[in-house]
Design a protein around this ligand. Structure first.
Ligand SMILES: [Cu+2]
Length: 183
């Protein structure tokens, strides 16, 4: 898995470690790991998702909504579903997809997004994106924004999105311009 960008692997509990820990004292930290353990039978529990090339096009100061993009790679043999995203830098993060309908582009909020087994899903302008609502601080180009992704089996993945100067090659600067329920 080469390439530039942010790459963060799942933090996993190894079976040995899990057996060694005392449940009452580590109950809270183990809860997510155990959910993951039981959700993935036959050794497939080692959820293997990586976040790459995460970025946020810089927006004018005062913008209430920004978009985040990234590619999620799933090296596992089962599809996995992204169900939730959050960031300390924003009041709320939603999972969206831009959909063209009769010459208009609208955004749909999604409850879950599939990352195919042994495949990747790209979040990109005009398609899947993270809707970043209510920035809590100025986000100038170069800023690294933490993002936490949660999946349908209870696992979580933390990564970072880099704020980039807008109007990069291949980027559609107008994809979020239509006013909508998010504005
Ligand atoms: Cu959106």
């Amino acid at each position: 898995m080469k390439g530039k960008g942010v790459k963060v692997r799942m933090k996993m509990m190894m079976p040995k470690t899990r057996a060694r820990l005392s449940w009452p004292t580590r109950r809270r930290s183990l809860a997510a790991a155990c959910m993951l353990w039981f959700a993935c039978p036959s050794g497939a529990w080692a959820l293997d998702v990586a976040l790459k090339a995460g970025y946020i096009p810089a927006a004018p100061s005062g913008a209430k909504v920004l978009a985040g993009y990234m590619t999620l790679h799933n090296r596992g043999t089962q599809p996995i579903f992204l169900t939730e995203a959050s960031s300390e830098a924003f009041e709320r993060v939603e999972l969206h997809r831009s959909i063209r309908q009769g010459g208009m582009v609208r955004m749909a909020q999604l409850g879950r997004i599939e990352i195919p087994a042994q495949g990747a899903l790209e979040f990109k302008p005009g398609d899947y994106h993270l809707m970043l609502i209510g920035p809590r601080r100025p986000l100038s180009p170069g800023t690294m924004v933490p993002i936490l992704l949660r999946f349908d089996n209870g696992a979580a993945l933390s990564g970072r999105l880099m704020v980039q100067a807008a109007h990069l090659p291949g980027q559609r600067p107008d994809h979020h311009s239509p006013p909508g329920p998010h504005q």
